[in-house]
Design a protein around this ligand. Structure first.
Ligand code: UDP
Length: 570
């Protein structure tokens, strides 16, 4: 059977990104690949574990077509490393940090090995004894988790990820750790811990104390003794205060995550990967991939049949990645092979909504996204169950504990940010709304180029309201809202991350989480510069109540040297 491949044209931006960081290069640094060759390299490598199966060649060609058409893209390490000497294909890792010198510096070393191959690492510092606790071997006092986190930070700074990606870390501390106030305030000084995202792991017990307006206990993780207590409101207000100031710390709802732990027999979740979409057990890794939903709207309808075919192939692709992966250390290989987690997600969700004529901030829009995510989850699980029949369920599956049907992968879905792969696919990133509709790009000789969203340009030209002058005004105001030449209907449909309310952002995250996401979701709750601390406080409460497993808020312009700006990009 010949596999049909849809023709694709890459944007100039996509070509630039690919040439700089993805295509293999010769000794002089010139790219020796193009998009087609890259896709063949990746498809051939990822199909290889199936070489003994009857449908091997067909599957290999389907994998090629899947990526080449931009219907689905795996995470960057897979695109960069598959079929090369590096062969490490995953984006997400969580490494344990044990309370000993040996344990801490083993984690530093393992983290360095992961970063070298393009992966991001999450660490929980909750197991480390608090500052000033006794150290029996030296009869001294402990310098505390934060002093060690600084070592991880410096190590990351030193290792650029194969020259292609900066090392990225998530640092997590439980809210009941005695050093929690130091941790919350650690990034107040914006020159410190720049290679980390810091998140506080909030427990249900803490939330209850917050609702009851009372104190909660701080526990020494080594002795398990209650060493003191803090007022929950004081701690919560400090988190809110600093998140309002510069977007950190984020919050993770650790009990919600552990309630959904698919393999509790192997341990508890303590941390996520750097962008928060993947909860993993210590030493687990996960490879991600995203279906480009903007490619699945035909004549104003979602093509569910094609979406199902793509989801089946994408699930098999990500499952195969586990078998052809070259893991950085044996412990990671062992844990990953036990649970075989994959992170199938989406990108271009906003492109889908726009093509369906729905606003990101509408009930109908949310309903559609939830339906699509649920559909992907269902088909992916069916595929994983089928794969288990042929290749066996994940080895840690225990029918006495795991009540679900035996499947090949302990976790199936999560929504990654798609920071780079969405640029290759030319679509809105992950489940985010577009950040702007018209941007000004500063080109080399001081000229300015207007970059207009492809859907908006098409509609504006078709309906006769396109003009360079209007586009310049949209770029200048940072929004399509309020320009009278633009019909109100399109003003609503082209609302961006800044135009919609924080509640709209959280409702979308919550409904996606509830409807079809096993692990978690990377999403930013954007707020205008004028947002108050009360707005941030209410956002966290709403996220918790909607069953989100974490929340990141960001108030426009609050971070020094903010990279993304609605009005200009260079
Ligand atoms: N990541 C990383 N370094 C980076 C970007 C991403 O280690 O510079 C890891 C991190 O674990 C993140 C995950 O890759 O959560 C997915 O990020 P994203 O979707 O933006 O990656 P892409 O595949 O688009 O490059």
């Amino acid at each position: 059977m010949t596999v049909e491949t849809r023709k694709v044209s890459l944007t100039e931006t996509a070509e630039t990104v690919l040439q700089r960081r993805y295509y293999l290069k010769d000794a002089q640094g010139h790219p020796v690949e193009n998009w087609e060759k890259l896709c063949r390299r990746v498809a051939n490598a990822v199909a290889l574990p199936d070489r003994e199966l009857d449908d091997y060649e067909e599957v290999r060609d389907h994998f090629f077509s899947l990526i080449y058409s931009l219907d689905f893209l795996p995470n960057s390490p897979c695109l960069m490393n598959a079929g090369t000497g590096i062969g490490q294909l995953s984006a997400c890792f969580v490494l344990p940090v044990e309370d000993s010198m040996e344990g801490i510096f083993t984690a530093v070393k393992n983290g360095a090995l992961v970063h070298k191959t393009g992966g991001g690492t999450g660490y929980s510092f909750s197991r480390l004894r608090p500052r000033n606790a006794t150290v029996s071997s030296t009869q001294g006092v402990a310098s505390g988790p934060l002093s060690f986190a600084a070592v991880f930070d410096v190590a990351t700074e030193t290792i650029k990820q194969g020259g292609k990606r900066r090392g990225a870390n998530m640092g997590v501390m439980r809210v009941d750790h005695p050093d929690i106030m130091d941790f919350i305030c650690a990034k107040e000084d914006q020159t410190r811990f720049n290679n980390f995202n810091f998140s506080v792991a909030i427990t249900d017990e803490f939330m209850q104390a917050l609702y009851d307006e009372r104190e909660y206990a701080l526990v020494d993780p080594v002795t398990k003794e209650i060493v003191s207590s803090l007022n929950a409101r004081t701690v919560f207000d400090k988190i809110v205060d600093l998140a309002w100031h510069n977007g950190e710390p984020g919050v993770l709802f650790i009990d919600a995550a552990n309630r959904a732990n698919p393999t509790p027999q192997l341990g508890e979740f303590e941390a996520t990967n750097p962008c928060g979409e993947q909860w993993l057990l210590p030493y687990e890794s996960c490879n991600l991939g995203s279906i480009n939903l903007g490619n699945f709207v035909e004549g104003g309808r979602v093509d569910y049949d094609r979406l199902a075919r793509t989801t089946r192939l994408a699930t098999r692709f990500l499952d195969n990645v586990i078998d052809c992966n070259v893991f950085p250390i044996p412990e990671i290989k062992e844990m990953t092979m036990k649970t075989r987690k994959i992170g199938l997600g989406i990108m271009g969700m906003h492109d889908m909504l726009i093509q369906m004529g729905l606003s990101y901030a509408s009930n109908e829009g949310r309903k559609l996204c939830a339906e699509v995510m649920k559909y992907i989850r269902t088909i992916s699980e069916e595929t994983s169950i089928e794969l288990a029949k042929v290749k066996g369920p994940f080895p840690a599956f225990d029918p006495a504990i795991n009540t679900y049907t035996p499947r090949r992968n302990a976790a199936l879905t999560s929504i990654q940010p798609t920071g780079t792969v969405s640029m290759i696919a030319d679509c809105a990133s992950g489940c985010e709304p577009y950040f702007s509709i018209v941007m000004v790009k500063h080109v080399m000789d001081g000229d300015k180029l207007l970059m207009v969203n492809k859907h908006f340009e098409e509609i504006a030209r078709a309906e006769g309201f396109y003009s360079t002058e209007l586009m310049a005004r949209v770029a200048d105001s940072g929004t399509v809202v309020g320009h009278e030449e633009i019909p109100v209907k399109w003003q609503e449909i082209f609302c961006t991350a800044q135009d919609i309310t924080p509640s709209d952002h959280i409702q979308m995250q919550g409904i996606l989480q509830q409807s079809g996401v096993d692990s978690s979701i990377s999403k930013t709750i954007n707020m205008p510069n004028t947002a108050t601390k009360e707005d941030v406080r209410l956002a966290y409460l709403m996220g918790y109540e909607m069953g989100c497993k974490g929340l990141t808020v960001y108030r426009d312009g609050s971070r020094d040297g903010q990279v993304l700006n609605t009005k200009s990009a260079s």
